[in-house]
Design a protein around this ligand. Sequence first.
Ligand SMILES: Cc1cc2nc3c(=O)[nH]c(=O)nc-3n(C[C@H](O)[C@H](O)[C@H](O)COP(=O)(O)OP(=O)(O)OC[C@H]3O[C@@H](n4cnc5c(N)ncnc54)[C@H](O)[C@@H]3O)c2cc1C
Length: 580
Amino acid sequence: MNYITHTYDILIVGAGLAGSRAALEVSGELKTAVLTKLYPTRSHSSAAQGGIAAALGNEEDDSPEWHMFDTVKGSDFLGDQDAIEVMTEDAIRTVIELEHMGVPFSRTPKGRIAQRNFGGHTRDFGKAPVRRACYSADRTGHVMLHAIYEQCMRRGVDFFSEFYVLSFIIENNVCCGVVSISIHTGELHLFKAKAVMTASGGYGRIFKTTSNAYAGTGDCIAMLFNAGVPLEDMEFFQFHPTGLSGLGILLTEGARGEGGILINDKGERFMETYAPAIKDLAPRDMVSRAILSEIKAGRGINGKDYVYLDLTGIGRKIVETRLPEISSFVRLYMGIDPVENPVPVQPTAHYAMGGIPVDIDGRVLRSETGDIIDGLYAAGECACVSVHGANRLGCNSLLDTVVFGRRAGKAMVKQMKSIDFESCQKSFDLHADIALNRISGLKGSKGGDSVNLIAIDLKEVMMNNCSVFRTEQGLWEAVNLLKVLKERYERIQITDKGKIFNTELTEAIELGNMLDISEALAVSALHRRESRGAHYREDFPDRNDLDWLTHTFAFKSEKRIDLRYKPLSAGRFEPVERKY
Ligand SMILES: Cc1cc2nc3c(=O)[nH]c(=O)nc-3n(C[C@H](O)[C@H](O)[C@H](O)COP(=O)(O)OP(=O)(O)OC[C@H]3O[C@@H](n4cnc5c(N)ncnc54)[C@H](O)[C@@H]3O)c2cc1C
């Protein structure tokens, strides 16, 4: 067989915060490898701006219980409350641990970790905004990832940079490794391991306008879907209210946390109407819908498809010290000084609430009844625990990555069994064969359709039919158009036949992954006939707790996607009307 083999105790796909934090937990005694299609610190985690949530109470009174309540309410009551409790209870310890690892958080005048307001963070069960977001200016993800990466280097974790994972090897319900290709050389590398984890991030790139990096194509989610793993709650995809108009580049919610406001063409602070108690600090699903409703009603700036984010009242000092990154984006990409002039913004595809179903220890579920796949774990944005339910609160994703990355690491160590790699050998050879055939098939195809053109059409379909406002008709249309795009995908042709840095090849594979994920999203959304969190159906505008307080599980069979449903774990907080 024409491949190179590596054997590890623990193998992690993804070097963002979830993967790196898990690697740190398992490293030392155990031989640990992290595979990443990028250089590790270029993972999307490093683009996170606004902060990480923890009820430290450094600026004003706060409690993990309020944090839990906000997260449950923010999720539109679809989040699993046992998982949310684990996360919010562990948040304070987590942030202090990060501080001890060397994360340079911004400070209060007394030298404590500074905290600021963020959407949906409230005190006293929704009474008023609370300062809960711990931050390092607007580069929080960047400094966290660098600190954890440094700790991993210290502990001897082997990073394989620019290794593209092609498939997971699952034999008799046990995961025993992955097949990958070195992007540098084009050679096939097989990794055998006793425990395998995916922390491969989100898939915002399926949409035309997104805040996500180019790598956000949901590869491992699609690979596992194709290998028989169900996908949970795919219909819930978050649009962040403030992307730079026309570009999608994110301007953190921290900008509103510091006092920025949204205004329409009439100069009105319109969030006063939509969320009278917390206004511009309402959760993202509500603010995104509010912006688009203003635009629909003709109150976009000059009748166009954007509103203004106005930071002019904050003052230069705060903008320069607490929001330096986003103000440089505004100057660079829009030619506007945000201290002097308002900034044109519109909603941008931002975060996947759904993904690979896992339990609170990161073990991947293979059914809605809780069966697991031995030796396979997931954490971070690719996974669905589900702490974010139908809508994630700002700053809860960085928290999710490090809390559940660490827990998955602990579980891998505790549950690690010896695997008889001999018994998987046939499977290794078979998977290597499939991968080699796929690559030569793609390189040899003379079909004539273009990866780039199909990708453009895909993003258009997802943006038009599956974004903030959805209808039965639009979703059916998406499902049918996606079928056509998948047929076209069978006829793609790539011009680069080389081995070294063949990014045309990896982009072609990514497109296949995005098509599979988009189909799961559209089918799941089509069948959820209610509106909840980020999933808003114009034809079913109300939340329907009687029928839909349940998680969607999408399974892929030969020719179609089947849906089953998993009840929520009963919780402390009963669903109530979601007013802010
Ligand atoms: C612009 C922006 C700002 C944000 N700001 C905040 C914030 O302030 N607070 C907050 O809580 N959340 C924020 N988020 C969300 C949060 O940053 C992400 O959800 C989180 O960092 C995801 O981390 P992760 O470890 O799951 O994945 P990522 O950091 O995306 O890492 C994914 C890893 O998987 C690897 N990978 C993927 N596919 C393959 C493959 N086929 N083969 C090999 N490797 C692969 C990649 O190379 C990468 O290393 C923000 C997101 C964006 C886009």
